[in-house]
Design a protein around this ligand. Structure first.
Ligand code: ZN
Length: 472
């Protein structure tokens, strides 16, 4: 055989093997890559120059960019050499439509704020159209701030679910049950009937997890609470509730029943199933033992607990016990005023430090865990969301690290918890669908959403000019 013929055969063999390698590469819809990738998987590694491969609504693989580029043939790619790619942030407690009441009454105690301002304003204004406009405003803010899942309790929750789906967000949405007439139900029994219809309508929805949301122990009868649990368990749905938010709540329940609110809920069987308890500020060791035994998740709301002077939740004890603790901004009407999960991470870490006198109490990494994988655990959804791992849903965000407050970057956890802000979020994907690209919302018309919110402000102010309705 001549040398030239030999070379020709060799070249043909090489070309064939390259073609075979190419055709053997796995198909993917997207290959997303960034300078830093925080998968929030059990290793808690910070990967440099890494990538995530996505097909449909699911993550196929996470690993070095060069390796994934060989392994997959993606239809499209997005590489951000100045960004951090991480799981979408998970809000474990909020009241989305209350965005329309943002800042209406600040700097008050919870009971005064609720009874003098919020309950009357709600009685006069909350309609299906109101909750749709409020949810759209909230969804827009949450998407721009890197939140991909939120946990809600409000009225007309089925309308909130429609708006959430249209915005493309994932939601654990709790239909509120409360012991007095409210805009969507004259009685708690009406509320429960509505909740069951809501469960049926959104059963097996890819984005919506319907929940039942008895407002609190102190606003519901024992019978209603038992019925809420029974309904939730019939549909294998979560129950979300406010628990031991204020000292007054604990003192009142103690005076009436010589027990803590948690002990009463336990006695009623309310904790026998998937439960997310918000706040948990005034929990003692016996309460924590009950919550641990029941697998209850906690929504820690540092902004709200600070702003309403509710107190400091015993987070370090919860974490030591292995109770899953997520973060929640709570409602934006007076307990926080926005939906920023970046602020909740920063405040969760700093509040734990100042309260314990120990700067090591709650680290930047732990704050990130609470905003992602621990939040997913608190919601009982950690098999689906909370980390970037093969098989999980493609819920992820890019956060740019090129602003002056982001440079230099020694540790991505530290930067995310203490320096970066919602405005650094550039791209957001939920269930494989882009909701934000290069900071441009993909599913909501910002100008229209803001115009509707401003129109509601005028209507709400007008409604409050008339004298209050008689006390309930
Ligand atoms: Zn709340």
């Amino acid at each position: 055989m001549t040398t030239s013929l030999h070379n020709l055969i060799l070249r043909a063999a090489l070309a064939l093997s390259a073609a075979l390698a190419l055709s053997a590469a796995e198909p993917a819809d997207w290959l997303l890559s960034a300078r830093w990738v925080l998968p929030m998987d059990p290793s808690r590694a910070i990967l440099e120059n890494a990538a995530v491969a996505i097909k449909g609504d699911a993550i196929l693989a996470v690993g070095p960019r060069a390796e994934l580029l060989k392994r997959f043939t993606p239809k499209q790619t997005l590489h951000r050499p100045d960004a951090i790619l991480l799981p979408g942030l998970i809000n474990t407690h909020t009241h989305a439509p209350m965005s329309l009441f943002r800042g209406i009454a600040d700097d008050l105690r919870l009971q005064e704020w609720l009874e003098k301002f919020i309950f009357p304003a709600e009685a006069r204004n909350v309609t299906p159209d109101f909750v749709r406009a409020g949810t759209q405003l909230a969804a827009l803010e949450m998407i721009l701030g890197g939140t991909t899942t939120f946990t809600d309790m409000y009225y007309f929750e089925e309308v909130i679910a429609e708006a959430t789906k249209a915005a493309g967000l994932r939601g654990v949405l709790g239909q509120t049950i409360i012991g007095f007439p409210v805009p969507d139900a004259k009685t708690p029994a009406d509320g429960l009937t509505r909740t069951e219809a809501f469960f049926k309508r959104f059963a097996n929805d890819p984005l919506i997890v319907p929940a039942v949301a008895p407002h609190a122990l102190y606003t519901n009868s024992d019978e209603t609470l038992r019925n809420c649990r029974a309904l939730a368990n019939r549909y294998n749905a979560p129950l979300v509730i406010h628990l031991s938010e204020t000292k007054r709540e604990n003192d009142d329940i103690h005076a009436q029943r010589a027990k803590s609110p948690t002990a009463v809920l336990e006695e009623l069987g309310v904790l026998t199933g998937r439960t997310v308890a918000a706040h948990g500020v005034w929990l003692d060791d016996a309460d924590l033992a009950i919550l641990k035994r029941r697998g209850t998740g906690i929504a820690h709301c540092p902004s709200s607990n600070m702003k309403l002077a509710s107190g400091v939740a015993p987070i370090m004890k919860m974490l030591a016990l292995g109770i899953p603790v997520g973060l929640g901004p709570d409602g934006p009407a007076g307990s926080n005023n926005d939906f920023s999960m970046f602020e909740e991470m920063d405040l969760a870490a700093k509040l734990a430090k100042v309260f314990t006198g120990d700067p090591q109490a709650l680290s930047a990494q732990k704050a990130l865990e609470m905003a992602t994988i621990d939040g997913a655990r608190a919601l009982g959804m950690d098999k689906l969301i909370g980390s970037l791992e093969p098989g999980k849903r493609a819920d992820l965000i890019f956060v740019r690290a090129n602003a002056p407050h982001a440079v230099p970057l020694y540790n991505a956890y530290s930067q995310l918890a203490y320096a970066l802000k919602t405005t650094d979020v550039s791209d957001v994907m939920v269930n494989g669908r882009w909701l934000l690209r290069a900071r441009i919302p993909q599913t909501l018309n910002q100008a229209a959403v803001l115009a509707a919110a401003r129109a509601y402000q005028r209507r709400i102010l007008e409604s409050l000019k008339t004298p209050p309705t008689p006390a309930r």
